[in-house]
Design a protein around this ligand. Structure first.
Ligand SMILES: *[C@@H]1O[C@H](CO)[C@@H](O)[C@H](O)[C@H]1NC(C)=O
Ligand SMILES: *[C@@H]1O[C@H](CO)[C@@H](O)[C@H](O)[C@H]1NC(C)=O
Ligand SMILES: *[C@@H]1O[C@H](CO)[C@@H](O)[C@H](O)[C@H]1NC(C)=O
Ligand SMILES: *[C@@H]1O[C@H](CO)[C@@H](O)[C@H](O)[C@H]1NC(C)=O
Ligand SMILES: *[C@@H]1O[C@H](CO)[C@@H](O)[C@H](O)[C@H]1NC(C)=O
Ligand SMILES: *[C@@H]1O[C@H](CO)[C@@H](O)[C@H](O)[C@H]1NC(C)=O
Length: 495
């Protein structure tokens, strides 16, 4: 009985430590990996065509003396990589495979033979390395700071160049072409021995250093930043899934936001290249920071009131409109100022059919006296509840919100006989007529979802669950990416 009990406790403990809370989660599916390997091949081709290969020189002792040779102006004339792929290795990491690869080089050769009769000769050469196969497995984990780690051992790499052909031109090359197959064999052996060592070394030094310095915090505003460090090692099955902290903090103050982090249910979806599950915790931690850094403060004077709302902040007119005679009596014909500030962080809650948002704040009213000092009038507490539908327009996240409720409550007043009913009606009307349309104007333009260098989202889809939204999308190569990004930024500015 006791053993049984301990067993359960251990299982529960393991269970709770495994279910690491994560603000957002991302997944790359096999089609996404195929896309990424195409991106990689495209980049590799660009890089290799621009690559400069260092001049080679050396010396060799032959029977009649020492040959000093140099190979210069070496460049790639052709590079083919007919098949390349990135795939997952379950519980280990990623495997890069390429086969049928071939590369052609052209350059100049020259040699000097230091013997009793000095001889020198020069010409050009072509090298064709073909039937190349390369496999590298990169073991991927996470370090204590939440950055990924990479590692490859000698068992993780295989390289084989099936064929090396050399042709020399110029000089007495007809002579050397007689033994070029010997040189070719030597090059082939060297490649087959050296390439994996070089690749593994690259992974364990350059690549390891690069990922160890990866950014895990990004600035959002001058006061807020998002921490997207990994909370656990990436998981590899047929897909690659990463879990991120996804919390927004005040810069220099990493106090945790006091909200429950929703659990993202396991979901085997592989129908798109990439997926992202974003919990409402991310939005709420942002609201928490914005509230604590005093972001939502806004003072309304008459010039900020849309004329079409027909709201006058002139005390005489306001008093008549809202049945507060005392106001006109105390401060006739003066202008008022309304200081808005949120008193609680705005709260977002996502459910399968909608996104609800609640904003609660104070409206403190003052009158601007003839000598420009403010006299306090009253404070109202306002609560506005919205519900929104999220969607996508091209690569931008859009929203369309609708009114749920708006309420006003009198907190304090320096004015007697204050009746709030008419004010409440006007507030509700203003929310429906001005505030929500304004929010929806921004929502119709949307917020561009980050995409990268020349690649755009294709057919992004958004679905909601309890506490999270799930975004799935394919990616495409888009040569007009730059132009599109510019016009989106312009649209943003116009709103
Ligand atoms: C950090 O933020 C928390 C929550 O907003 C706040 O209570 C605390 O005073 C802040 N600490 C500093 C040093 O600013
Ligand atoms: C709003 O007005 C108050 C004075 O009533 C002032 O202290 C505050 O700085 C103003 N806030 C903003 C955001 O302009
Ligand atoms: C306020 O409204 C009254 C009545 O419409 C008008 O006579 C007065 O000039 C206005 N005062 C200001 C400061 O605009
Ligand atoms: C917001 O309003 C409340 C109530 O009027 C007030 O106590 C608080 O100081 C205000 N906060 C800011 C940052 O103005
Ligand atoms: C501004 O005018 C009001 C009302 O006339 C008065 O009570 C207040 O003392 C004046 N303030 C200053 C700084 O002159
Ligand atoms: C937003 O939703 C309302 C109904 O709630 C609908 O009438 C309106 O057409 C929608 N607007 C957009 C841009 O989808």
């Amino acid at each position: 009985m006791a053993m049984y009990h301990i067993f359960i406790v251990i299982i529960l403990f393991l269970g709770s430590s495994l279910a690491v809370k994560t603000g957002f989660q991302a997944r790359i599916t096999p089609t996404g990996l195929r896309f990424l390997s195409d991106v990689g091949v495209r980049k590799l081709k660009e890089e290799i065509s621009k690559a400069t290969i260092p001049d080679q020189s050396g010396s060799a002792d032959v029977v009649i003396g020492t040959i000093r040779y140099s190979l210069t102006n070496i460049h790639v004339t052709r590079f083919d990589i007919p098949s390349a792929s990135i795939s997952t290795v379950t519980d280990v990491g990623l495997k890069v495979s390429a086969s049928g690869l071939s590369i052609s080089l052209h350059g100049d050769w020259r040699y000097k033979l230091d013997s009793f009769i000095p001889v020198s000769d020069s010409g050009s050469f072509d090298v064709w390395i073909s039937d190349v196969t390369l496999y590298v497995t990169i073991e991927i984990g996470v370090d204590a700071t939440g950055r990924p780690t990479v590692y490859s051992s000698s068992n993780d790499c295989a390289f084989y160049a099936g064929r090396v052909d050399i042709t020399l031109h110029g000089g007495a090359s007809w002579l050397y072409n007689l033994f070029d197959s010997e040189i070719a064999d030597k090059i082939q052996d060297t490649l087959n021995h050296q390439v994996c060592q070089t690749v593994i070394n690259e992974v364990n030094t350059d690549l390891a250093e690069e990922v160890a310095n990866i950014q895990i915090v990004a600035s959002i505003t001058d006061k807020a930043e998002i921490d997207y460090s990994l909370v656990t090692s990436p998981t590899f099955d047929v897909t690659l899934t990463t879990s991120h902290k996804g919390e927004i903090y005040q810069k220099g103050n990493h106090t945790e936001a006091p909200y429950e982090i929703p659990t993202i249910p396991s979901d085997p979806d592989q129908s798109k290249m990439v997926f992202m599950w974003m919990t409402d915790y991310v939005a709420n931690s942002a609201g928490y920071v914005l509230q604590n850094t005093g972001f939502f403060q806004y003072n309304v004077t008459q010039d900020k009131v849309p004329p079409s709302s027909k709201i006058s902040l002139n005390t005489s007119e306001f008093a008549v409109e809202f049945l507060i005679p005392q106001l006109a009596k105390l401060y006739p014909d003066m202008m008022m100022q309304l200081n808005l500030n949120t008193t609680q962080p705005p709260l977002v809650s996502i459910t399968p059919d909608k996104v609800g948002a609640t904003v609660t704040g104070d409206v403190a009213a003052y009158v601007i006296q003839p000598n420009n000092t403010l006299a306090y009038l009253f404070t109202l507490e306002a609560t506005l509840k919205l519900s929104a539908k999220l969607g996508f327009k091209q690569s931008s996240l859009t929203w369309n919100s609708s009114y749920v409720s708006a309420d006003l409550r009198l907190l304090r007043t320096a004015i007697k006989d204050f009746k709030i009913d008419k004010l409440r009606l006007k507030f509700q009307l203003a929310c429906k007529m001005f505030i929500i349309p304004k929010i929806n104007d921004m929502g119709a333009a949307g917020v561009p979802v980050p995409s990268f260098d020349k690649y755009s989202l294709q057919n992004p889809e958004l679905t909601q669950g309890k506490g999270f939204v799930k975004i799935g999308t394919d990616m495409v190569y888009d040569p007009l990416w730059e132009t599109r990004a510019k016009s989106r930024r312009q649209q943003q500015k116009d709103v």
